[in-house]
Design a protein around this ligand. Structure first.
Ligand SMILES: Cc1ncc(C[n+]2csc(CCOP(=O)(O)OP(=O)(O)O)c2C)c(N)n1
Ligand SMILES: [Mg+2]
Length: 583
C-alpha cells in the first residue's frame, strides 16, 4: 500500500499524526533521510533564498522546523526570535498572509532572487492571491508554497480541502501539486528555477500534509541556472540602431526590466554615450539619478507629445505608457524586452527587439550624440515643472496640503533611503515628487495597483536593506488594509517611518466619481488616529495638524528606532491633478 493510503485514525489527534506510518516525526530524521520541509529549505537555500514569509499553519509546519534547524537547535538557544532570524532560512511571520506574500514579492524585486512565502491550506492560499497577482503583473520571481489537506482524505471533507492550483493557474507561470515526498526536492528546485527564469514570475505549488510530513532520501543537488534572455536578433538590432541614428527627437523609457535584468550599467552607458533624454518607470526609477540632466521624467507629457522615436526598454506598453501611442500621429516605437511574451503588438511598434537587454543597450550606445536643442528643451520643461511644484511643496494652508508633506520629506531623503508607496492620490503625489537616486529603492504596487501592499513591502525592505532609512507612505484608506502588520514590523524590529496622508477618504475614487456623476458616495472615512493604533501595537506615533510640525514629527520618527506613524491630517479637497483613470 502506498504510504499516503495508509489507514488514518478517525480524526486527527496530534499524537496520532506523528505515529501514523505516512508521517515521519521530525526528530527521527537522519543525515540521509530528510522530511519534506528540509528538502524545501535546502532547495530554497541553493536558489539563493534567505527568508521565508508565513503565518503559522500546521499544513506547513515541516517548513518551519527545517527553517529554524529543528528542535535541538531551538531548545539550545534561549532567544526564540534569534533562532527564527538566523535560519537556515529566516522565518518571518506576519499577521495576514497577504502581508507575507506582498513581502516575498517585494523581496523578489529588491534582491532579484525569488521571494518565498509558505502559506497554510485553504484560507492561507486564498489570502495569498493578491500578492501572487501583483507578482504576475510585475514579472517578479516569487515562489508560494501552499499547504494542502491530505490525499488520503481527499473528497471526504477534511479541514480546508480545496484544489488550489486551478485557482492560481491564470496568474502563475505554473501551479501544481506534489503528491510524493520523494518528488519534493526536484519540484522545489524547479519552482525556484522557473520563477527566476526569463520571463520571471510567480510559481505556486502545494503539498498535501501526508507528503510534506513524510521523508525521503537526500537528493544530490544539481545546480541548474535559471534561463536567461538570448541574444537579440542582429537584423532587429540594426534596424533599431538605424532608427535611433536618424531620429531628431528620440526618447528612452527605462522600465522595471532594466533593474530586474541588471542592465543598469548598459542603460547608463547608452544615456551617457548618446546624450538621449530619459524617462524612468517602475523599478527603472533611479537607474539614472535625479542629478543627471538627461532624466526628464517631469517633462513626460512634452516628451511623449513631441518625440519622433521612443525606445522603450524593459517596460510593457500598457496604460502607463498610453498603450504605446506617443504623439499624434504616434511616433515609431522600438520596444526592447527580454521575452517574446512581453512584446505585445502595438500599432506603433516599428521594431520589437527581444533578448538580453544589456546586449541591446550596448549596441545602441554607439552612434551620434542626440541634438542638444531637443535635450535642452526637455530638460527646461522638466525644470519648469519642478519649479512650479514649489508653491505646493511649501504650502502653509490649513488644512494641510498633501504636497507639503513631500516638501518636508524630500530634504530628509538620503540616496540609500527606500521609499514605499501604498495608496491613491497621496502616492500619486509621491510618484511625482520623489525621484530616487539609486535603482531598487522605490517600491509601489505596480500595474496591479493593489492597496494594502505597504506593510509587507516595508517588511521586505527592512530585511533586505537593514540600516537604510525606510519610509512607508500610505493613504488613510490603504492603511486600513494591513495596519495590524505594524505589529509585524515591531516584532521584526523594522524601524519604518510610516507617514499616513490622512484626507479622511478614498480621494482617488471620490474625485473621479464627482467628475463623472457630479456627486460621490461611499468615499468618506473618519479622521482616525492611526498613530494610536501604531502605539497600541508597540510602535510610536503622533498626529500632525499644523504644516510647520510635519518636519519635526518626521525627525522624531526617524530617530525613534521603531515603527513610528506620523498621521498627517490633510485637506480632503486637494485632489491629485490626474488626466486618466488608467483604463
Ligand atoms: C485592494 C484595492 N481595493 C480598491 C482599490 C480601488 N482604489 C484605488 S485608489 C483608492 C483610494 C485610496 O485611498 P487612500 O489610500 O486613502 O489614498 P487617497 O487617494 O485618499 O490619497 C481605491 C479605493 C484598489 N486599488 N485596491
Ligand atoms: Mg485617503
Amino acid at each position: 500500500m502506498h504510504p499516503c493510503r495508509a489507514p488514518l485514525p478517525r480524526c486527527y489527534p496530534l499524537p496520532a499524526l506523528l505515529t501514523w506510518p505516512g508521517f515521519s516525526s521530525v526528530p527521527a530524521m537522519d543525515d540521509q533521510s530528510l522530511h519534506g520541509g528540509q528538502h524545501i529549505v535546502d532547495s530554497a537555500r541553493a536558489a539563493g533564498v534567505t527568508s521565508v514569509f508565513t503565518l503559522s499553519g500546521a499544513h506547513v509546519f515541516p517548513v518551519y522546523d527545517a527553517a529554524v534547524g529543528g528542535r535541538v537547535r531551538v531548545e539550545s538557544t534561549p532567544d526564540r526570535r534569534a533562532v527564527e532570524r538566523e535560519g537556515p532560512l529566516r522565518l518571518v511571520d506576519t499577521r495576514h498572509e497577504q502581508t507575507a506574500v506582498f513581502a516575498a514579492e517585494a523581496v523578489g524585486r529588491l534582491t532579484r532572487t525569488p521571494g518565498f512565502a509558505a502559506v497554510t491550506a485553504g484560507p492561507g492560499v486564498t489570502n495569498a492571491v493578491s500578492g501572487i497577482a501583483t507578482a504576475w503583473f510585475n514579472r517578479t520571481p516569487l515562489v508560494v508554497l501552499g499547504g494542502r489537506s491530505p490525499d488520503s482524505r481527499w473528497g471526504q471533507g477534511a479541514l480546508q480541502e480545496l484544489d488550489q492550483p486551478p485557482l492560481l493557474a491564470s496568474i502563475t507561470k505554473d501551479a501544481w501539486t506534489t503528491h510524493d515526498v520523494a518528488q519534493i526536492r526536484g519540484d522545489a528546485d524547479r519552482a525556484f528555477r522557473l520563477a527566476a527564469s526569463v520571463r520571471r514570475g510567480p510559481v505556486f505549488w502545494d503539498i498535501p500534509i501526508d507528503a510534506i510530513y513524510g521523508s525521503a532520501p537526500r537528493v544530490p543537488h544539481e545546480a541548474v541556472e535559471p534561463s536567461r534572455a538570448g541574444a537579440p536578433d542582429p537584423d532587429a538590432l540594426a534596424r533599431a540602431a538605424h532608427l535611433f541614428d536618424a531620429a531628431k527627437r528620440p526618447l528612452v523609457i527605462l522600465g522595471s526590466g532594466v533593474w530586474m535584468s541588471d542592465s543598469i550599467e548598459a542603460a547608463r552607458h547608452l544615456v551617457a554615450g548618446r546624450g538621449v533624454p530619459v524617462i524612468a518607470n517602475g523599478m527603472g526609477r533611479g537607474v539614472i539619478p535625479s542629478s543627471d540632466h538627461r532624466l526628464v521624467t517631469r517633462a513626460r507629457s512634452t516628451a511623449f507629445r513631441e518625440a519622433d522615436l521612443v525606445i522603450v526598454v524593459g517596460a510593457p506598453l500598457d496604460f502607463r505608457l498610453g498603450y504605446g501611442v506617443f504623439g499624434d500621429p504616434g511616433a515609431p516605437v522600438v520596444h526592447i524586452v527580454e521575452h517574446p511574451d512581453d512584446a505585445v503588438p502595438a500599432a506603433t511598434v516599428e521594431v520589437a527587439l527581444v533578448g538580453d537587454l544589456s546586449a541591446a543597450l550596448e549596441h545602441l550606445a554607439d552612434g551620434p550624440y542626440v541634438d542638444a536643442a531637443w535635450a535642452t528643451r526637455l530638460h527646461d520643461a522638466a525644470r519648469a515643472a519642478v519649479d512650479a511644484d514649489r508653491a505646493d511643496l511649501e504650502s502653509t494652508s490649513d488644512p494641510i496640503h498633501p504636497a507639503r508633506i513631500y516638501g518636508e520629506l524630500l530634504p530628509r531623503l538620503t540616496a540609500d533611503a527606500v521609499v514605499i508607496g501604498d495608496g491613491g492620490d497621496f502616492v500619486s503625489f509621491a510618484g511625482r515628487y520623489v525621484e530616487p537616486d539609486q535603482p531598487g529603492r522605490w517600491l509601489d504596487p505596480g500595474p496591479y495597483g493593489c492597496l494594502g501592499t505597504g506593510p509587507g513591502f516595508a517588511l521586505a525592505a527592512g530585511i533586505t536593506h537593514p540600516g537604510a532609512p525606510l519610509f512607508l507612505l500610505m493613504g488613510d484608506g490603504a492603511a486600513g488594509f494591513a495596519l495590524s502588520d505594524i505589529d509585524t514590523l515591531v516584532r521584526h524590529r523594522i524601524p519604518a517611518v510610516i507617514v499616513v496622508g490622512n484626507n479622511a477618504g478614498w480621494a482617488l475614487e471620490k474625485h473621479p466619481m464627482r467628475w463623472l456623476y457630479g456627486y460621490d458616495v461611499i468615499a468618506d472615512l473618519p479622521s482616525t488616529r492611526y498613530d494610536e493604533i501604531a502605539i497600541a501595537l508597540g510602535g510610536g506615533g503622533e498626529t500632525v495638524t499644523d504644516p510647520a510640525q510635519i518636519g519635526p514629527a518626521l525627525d522624531r520618527a526617524m530617530a525613534a528606532g521603531m515603527p513610528y506613524l506620523v498621521n498627517v491630517l490633510t485637506d480632503p479637497e486637494a485632489a491629485y491633478p490626474r488626466s486618466t483613470l488608467g483604463i
